[in-house]
Design a protein around this ligand. Structure first.
Ligand SMILES: [Zn+2]
Length: 84
């Protein structure tokens, strides 16, 4: 896919090798700077999502442990009741 950047003045898509916006003539930010500007918050967001997923997994694991304990308790209960 060809990389595209947008003009910071008119927000139109501009090829990354243009130094000036062909639509309004505004000097553009260089594409790698633009990408870094975009990538930084996205990286942070992705990291947050990963951390959040890990937290969720840990919470689910704890809940499963609790559920497992409950199930064993119930099974034991049933077995005891059946053996009476
Ligand atoms: Zn423009």
């Amino acid at each position: 896919m060809r990389e595209l950047t947008t003009c910071r003045s008119c927000n139109r898509f501009v090829a990354p090798d243009f130094s000036y916006c062909p639509y309004c003539g505004t000097g553009r930010v260089r594409s790698y700077e633009f990408r870094r500007l975009l990538d930084t918050p996205f990286d942070r967001m992705e990291q947050n999502v990963q951390e959040y997923s890990l937290l969720r997994l840990e919470r689910i694991e704890r809940q499963l442990d609790l559920l497992d304990g409950d199930l064993q308790h119930m099974m034991q209960d049933l077995l005891e009741r059946n053996s009476l």
